[in-house]
Design a protein around this ligand. Sequence first.
Ligand code: APR
Length: 239
Amino acid sequence: MLVFALTGAGVSAESGLGTFRDPDGLWERHDPRRLATPEAFAADPVLVHRFYDWRRRTALSAESNAAHAALARLERGLAARGGALFLCTQNVDDLHERGGSARVHHLHGELFRARCLGCGTASDWRGDMGPADLGVEARCPACAAARLRPDIVWFGEMPRGLDAVARELRAADLFVAIGTSGAVYPAAGFVAEARLRGVPTLEINLGAADNAGLFDRAAYGRATEAVPAWVDEVLGRAA
Ligand code: APR
């Protein structure tokens, strides 16, 4: 069985990382146009670096939760049965990896990586978060230019690896979206592509997402409860 799982901020919510569009969400408290666009970075790189430095520190202090662990268990369980999980996350934290997932597709980039505007090299960025690592003085390990930016897909930029996503969507036997509001495309449109192929679709969320009408089934509840229960069901069926 080939499962395509799309995750969003709701998977990391119970690890203490905020979501974006819930009442206390990040984009309810901060203007994304000033913090998460190429234009914002060009206008005020120090502000943007400080924002992502704060997000990195917050993510570093978080722990993965039972939903992350369940998806890692699903990855192992499907592989043991000759199947596979394609875990496509919109999240930029590394909690799926810390929860045990070996293969994670970061559609919107990664908090703990920086990209050089000089030579394009992407490099790890989880060292000491001293003032130099706020980014404005940090230097590219490849070309030494002080032109690093967060390796995050900002609004108006192209998500990562859409060819691989399309290939996996074409091959999937089951599509599940977990903890995402269905507000941002192209990710919010993946379910429609699965439906076009007649693939069963499931939404696991705290409440109905914007695109809830496109799912055959829904399991509403907290991710740390609903995801393990669903994984038990899938692995039981795939046994
Ligand atoms: N368990 C399950 N779902 C939850 C939980 C929880 N404990 N807490 C919140 N949710 C759900 C909310 O109901 C909401 O539907 O998670 C979803 C979070 O939605 P958003 O805040 O919009 O986050 P997301 O869908 O990941 O945003 C997509 O938007 O700003 C961009 O790049 C950013 O990747 C992000 C993208």
